[in-house]
Design a protein around this ligand. Structure first.
Ligand SMILES: Nc1ncnc2c1ncn2[C@@H]1O[C@H](COP(=O)(O)OP(=O)(O)OP(=O)(O)O)[C@@H](O)[C@H]1O
Length: 245
């Protein structure tokens, strides 16, 4: 008997996230004013912009923690958010903080694996207050990734860390990207962090995305190169931090 195989329908490649003509007002202040942003699968987009321009507002909309007054937001159901403060439950040990919200008999195993991935094997039984700032943010990353999200939203996750620890966290993010295939949106004030990590840097201006920069520099050139310096100067200009003569 012959069998006719149905043509497999390829899953539609869904964008990592989409914001279309998004408006968000607080009182009479329009913070997001017709903003468009599409993040591709597995793309790491860094969002830069002056303080108060609406970066966290956009991130909260994409996280589903807030709703727009106009426009459309499309995000995958499996998404995770990492904030500047780790937001662990202080009365739960590290392992329980990672298994929070996980279901199934393998929750513990998955949480242990996630902690190993961020370099925290052996710290499962620690209390949150026993962790350094860098370790706490590692837990936050483990907690975000343990559910295998398709979209990870990071709101200044390393801002409170010292410079050396922040560089280690950048290495960790790069390593995690290789293993997890999530789209990421990272909000930061740190132009060097943006250049170190981004596939694309977008700069917010007047409630929308203003300039965008694709970052196609190989890893070594992100540390030191003429192209890096040019990009850095362009970003400082976009942010109004230097004036071109
Ligand atoms: N829930 C809210 N109620 C009223 N105003 C708000 C609310 N959330 C944000 N805003 C206002 O919206 C503007 C944008 O805030 P948002 O936190 O998004 O800026 P940001 O770009 O993330 O700033 P920063 O870089 O300083 O973190 C600010 O003026 C803020 O006061």
């Amino acid at each position: 008997m012959s069998t006719t195989l149905a043509t497999p329908t390829r899953p539609r490649r869904q964008a990592g996230a989409l914001a279309e003509d998004v408006v968000r007002r607080f009182g009479d202040r329009t913070v997001l004013d017709g903003l468009d942003l599409a993040i591709a699968d597995e793309e790491l987009v860094v969002l830069l912009g002056p303080s108060g321009c609406g970066k966290s507002t956009l991130l909260r909309l994409l996280a589903g923690l807030d709703r727009p007054d106009g426009g459309r937001v499309e995000v995958p159901a499996r998404r995770a958010v990492v904030f500047q403060a780790d937001r662990m439950l202080p009365w739960q040990r590290v392992l329980r903080n990672v298994t929070l919200g996980l279901r199934g008999p393998d929750a513990d195993r998955r949480a242990r694996e996630a902690l190993a991935e961020v370099g925290l094997s052996g710290r499962e039984g620690a209390w949150p207050k026993e962790l350094s700032g860098g370790e706490a943010q590692r837990v936050a990353l483990a907690r975000a990734l343990v559910s295998e999200p398709e979209l990870v939203l990071l709101d200044e996750p390393f801002a409170a860390l010292d410079a050396i620890t922040r560089l280690r966290m950048h290495d960790l993010v790069r390593a995690l990207r290789v293993r997890h295939h999530a789209a990421m949106l990272l909000v930061t004030h740190d132009v060097d962090e943006a250049i170190a990590l981004a596939d694309r840097i977008v700069v917010m201006r007047d409630g929308r995305i203003g300039n965008e920069h694709l970052v196609e520099l190989p890893a070594a050139d992100r540390e030191a190169s003429g192209a890096r310096e040019e990009l850095r100067a362009a970003l400082l200009h976009d942010l109004g931090l230097v004036h071109q003569s």
